[in-house]
Design a protein around this ligand. Structure first.
Ligand code: HH2
Length: 291
């Protein structure tokens, strides 16, 4: 097993399945770009998350603030009120690890107090308090690359070489996490598809994903329903809406799996479970691995 496909340790729970791991998205927000407003009450969010586990999610990612460009800022109290009751229920009602998708150390801390197992920070743990909270909580970290901030990131993203620049950034953040005491087996790296990236940047990152995998950490790819997939599948007409980008999402995530991704972050779990069972079997050259 390559280091990037080794088990991932998440605060007492371990992700060991050898196939591509599926992180199911649970957005408890009014305004997420593809599913905002659907899960604003706790019972609905928990029911949705449990359905994702039944469909084959290996872990759940609970978010209370949209990262789409132009999304309204959310206060710490509001974000905590959105995510903590859902996380508390999921930790007791399911066996899969639960991640909190947040940019705020105060929210991460409250989520870890409620039992969360991972912190998913789209700002790449730039804030030293975020590193400290995660390390002291004994949690795993999903560390993502983003150029700029969610508000500014799509204004004019520029790189010398997008893959080399992202790899260098992620290597530095992984070192910072390890220096703070996080073991390597608790760190997942993510090139941040759509975060300060043009369509060509996204494609180059997916095409050269092995260069990110060579860093030696498990790699997460989150392309689910993102706008570049709408652009690629418009075929001269209007770009399909975010909820109608499943085929494009599956194609991108299968390509990522074949290029070495350890995990994909998805809204549509059942379809991914089937598509990745095939992709994993092809990658392994035998049947058992993706099962
Ligand atoms: N993408 C989104 C949010 N969080 N986390 C990681 N690690 N990687 C990603 O690619 C990623 C992420 C954006 O998707 P979504 O949560 O559906 O939308 P919104 O931010 O509008 O809630």
């Amino acid at each position: 097993m390559t280091p990037s496909h080794a088990p991932i340790h998440c605060r007492g729970r371990r992700l060991t399945r050898p196939g591509t791991l599926i992180m199911g998205v649970v957005n408890v927000t009014p305004d997420s770009f593809s599913d905002g407003g659907r899960l604003t009450d706790v019972d609905a969010a928990v029911a949705h998350a449990l359905r994702l586990v039944d469909e084959g999610a290996d872990l759940l990612d609970v978010g209370g603030e949209s990262t789409r460009p132009g999304a309204a800022a959310v206060s710490v109290d509001e974000e905590v009120n959105r995510v903590v009751p859902v996380i508390r229920r999921l930790v007791s009602e399911t066996r899969v690890p639960v991640s909190v998708d947040t940019m705020k150390p105060e929210v991460a801390e409250a989520a870890l107090d409620a039992g969360a197992h991972l912190v998913n920070d789209v700002t790449g743990f730039r804030d030293a308090r975020m590193i400290r909270v995660t390390a002291e909580g004994g949690a795993a970290a999903v560390c993502m690359h983003m150029q700029g901030t969610p508000r500014t990131m799509q204004e004019k993203p520029t790189y010398a070489d997008v893959v080399k620049d992202v790899a260098q950034y992620l290597r530095g953040r992984a070192s910072a996490l390890e220096s703070a005491g996080l073991p390597q087996e608790c760190i997942v790296l993510d090139p941040g598809i759509g975060f300060g990236k043009t369509l060509d940047h996204n494609l180059e990152l997916l095409n050269r994903l092995p260069e990110i995998c060579e860093l030696g950490y498990p790699v997460l790819v989150g392309a689910s329903r993102k706008s570049f997939l709408g652009t690629l599948t418009a075929f001269g007409g209007d770009s399909p809406p975010a909820t109608d980008r499943l085929e494009g999402t599956l194609a991108a995530h299968v390509a990522a799996a074949l290029a070495g991704a350890r995990m994909v972050r998805v809204h549509d779990v059942a379809a991914h479970r089937r598509a990745l069972a095939v992709a994993d079997a092809v990658r392994a050259g035998r049947r058992e691995v993706g099962a």
